[in-house]
Write a protein that binds this ligand. Structure first.
Ligand SMILES: NC(=O)c1ccc[n+]([C@@H]2O[C@H](COP(=O)([O-])OP(=O)(O)OC[C@H]3O[C@@H](n4cnc5c(N)ncnc54)[C@H](OP(=O)(O)O)[C@@H]3O)[C@@H](O)[C@H]2O)c1
Length: 203
């Protein structure tokens, strides 16, 4: 929705083509209702990975790495990993520790050599991203080891009204950002809100 709002040609992927097409139609109608003219289509995940210039991986944790491995990523593919390693148990959120580092680093290690992984959008609640009436008014922390891809993701994030992209450094910073996202989830639960997010002051 926000990529369309920014005027970008957008594909929605799913394991099911029917779900992808249905969701794209539903969102396109919603966007037209808001006075926008989106270029939006739904395709199976493997088609999206072959076609898209920038691929936002937004798969339910903990299926992220297995599902990415099953898709036709190749050297040069540019992937934005949005994953947060949190699972919900009995109304509580639990951060899932892994000695091998952040999800983004493990994803990068699991994908073919030459795939460029950037971590971003981890600390922004889906609920407000999906609601054009909600002002975002926050920062998006972007980190990655390929400088050109990181800058490309920052340019795209900067096109979205109300978002300020911040260069958070190398991909290893995803360890901190994933923890910040987990904190936001816990704040939401504790304060019974749905849109806790971050703004760095003094930057
Ligand atoms: N929700 C948030 O506020 C938020 C904020 C920041 C980051 N994130 C991150 O964004 C990602 C998506 O979160 P979400 O809340 O959108 O999750 P979600 O709605 O539970 O799932 C997103 C999609 O994952 C796919 N999926 C589900 N089970 C799968 C499986 N076993 N194998 C492969 N794909 C599967 C489904 O797509 P199909 O069935 O159509 O294939 C589903 O629509 C997560 O990594 C999460 O940590 C979420």
């Amino acid at each position: 929705v926000r990529l369309c709002q920014a005027g970008l040609e957008t594909l929605i992927g799913s394991r099911s083509e029917e779900r992808a097409v249905g969701k794209a139609r539903e969102l396109a109608a919603e966007l037209r209702g808001a006075g926008l003219n989106p270029t939006l289509a739904g395709v199976p995940n493997h088609v999206l990975v072959e076609k898209a210039d920038l691929i936002f991986l937004s798969v339910r944790f903990p299926h992220v790495i297995d599902s990415a491995r099953s898709l036709p990523f190749k050297a040069g593919s540019r992937v934005v990993d949005t994953s947060v390693p949190v699972i919900f148990e009995a109304g509580a959120a639990r951060f899932v520790e892994d000695g091998e580092g952040s999800v983004s680093e493990r994803l990068c290690a699991a994908l073919p050599k030459g795939v460029r992984v950037v971590a971003a959008f981890k600390t922004i609640p889906a609920r407000i991203l999906g609601d054009l009436d909600s002002g975002l008014d926050c920062d998006v922390f972007v980190c990655g080891d390929d400088e050109a891809t990181k800058q490309a993701v920052m340019r795209v994030a900067g096109l979205i009204p109300g978002l300020r992209p911040l260069d958070a450094g190398p991909l290893s910073e995803a360890r901190t950002i994933e923890r910040m996202a987990a904190l936001a989830v816990k704040l939401n639960l504790r304060y019974k809100v749905k849109a806790a997010r971050f703004r760095a002051v003094g930057v």
